[in-house]
Design a binder for this molecule. Structure first.
Ligand code: FE2
Length: 307
């Protein structure tokens, strides 16, 4: 097993890399540590790469990076993944602060870069924008959420936090309730990505900044029942759904087996479980707008919820 500890960055194709770099710098508040019409690398103000945009005809997400335990030797990734019938390539200097990566294609068709001992990049740590504290989670559809969940748990050390019925999985690789979601649907389609804000006041600031930039909130504010994060969603210039969230459940101690208690938990203690789709609806806030549901009617209608 490869002991994954945290989410790295997501790589997207974009027909207009400079437009995306400008949006993620000026509105979201990341910093372009590398920028050209061919490729832009966006880091949080604390120097962690969150997004990479590469010029291409589509807007899909072909690659995702995951950071392994620093004691894990990337040379061992091949042995682990070969036992799952997958081949691995070792690559070097693929992004700033990343000396080496073990790269393979996961069963839903996303290239995964396993990173180790990532160095933060230098940023000016000033400037405007929303400035999320980190890249928190990313959701993909897969032909069966169950089989890709099994792979992430068995090969990459993820743990299941919750299921909504058998079609929507929430997986953690550290204390956060989820860093990856898998939803029944077509293989390898990015459903939404989520960036963490500091607190409720930061959600308010973010809402004002989105309004000032004529970016409507398409769902929220509300509090999810599954994961209990407060959320707002909007669409970026390439039409990706972006969630900004705070107060997500934390599994601070795996050996206890429950999420750190919060007053909004209905189960006491709140343990990983399988939710029915009705009980999985947000605790408060209005249902998702038509603009949120656009393009995803089919699987969202089946799920009745979006993590
Ligand atoms: Fe989410």
């Amino acid at each position: 097993m490869i002991p994954i500890r945290r989410l790295g960055y997501a790589v997207f194709e974009s027909p207009d890399v400079l437009r995306m770099a400008e949006y993620y710098q000026n509105v979201i508040g990341f910093e372009a540590v590398e920028r050209s019409s061919k490729r832009a690398v966006m880091a949080t103000k604390s120097g962690q790469i969150a997004l990479v945009f590469e010029n291409g005809p589509s807007t899909h997400c072909p690659r995702l990076s995951l950071e392994a335990d620093p004691d894990f030797d990337l040379e061992d990734a091949g042995r682990v993944l070969r036992s799952h019938g997958l081949s691995v390539e070792l690559c070097s200097d693929i992004a700033p602060g990343v000396r080496e990566a073990a790269v393979f294609t996961d069963p839903k068709g996303t290239e995964i870069e396993i990173l180790s001992r990532v160095e933060p990049v230098a940023t000016r740590a000033n400037g405007g924008g929303i400035s999320p504290v980190k890249f928190g989670h990313i959701a993909f559809t897969a032909s069966t959420a169950k089989s890709i969940t099994d792979f992430y748990c068995n090969a990459l050390g993820f743990r299941v936090s919750d299921w909504i019925e058998s079609v929507f999985a929430f997986l953690r690789c550290g204390p956060d309730h989820h860093t990856c979601n898998f939803i029944d649907g077509p293989d390898g389609v990015m459903h939404h990505m989520a960036f963490e804000l500091k607190d409720w006041a930061h959600v308010l600031t973010a809402s004002d900044l989105l309004a000032a930039n004529r970016k409507p909130i398409i769902w929220g504010p509300g509090r999810h029942e599954v994961g209990h994060n407060i959320f707002i969603y909007h669409r970026d210039p390439d039409d990706h759904i972006v969630e900004l969230f705070t107060e997500i459940d934390l599994m601070k101690d795996e050996s206890l087996g429950y999420f750190d208690p919060r007053p909004w938990h209905r189960d006491r203690p709140q343990r990983p479980k399988v939710w029915g789709r009705e009980e999985a609806a947000p605790q408060w806030g209005l249902p998702p707008s038509a603009e949120f549901r656009r393009g995803g009617e089919q699987h969202l209608a089946r799920q009745g919820h979006n993590g």
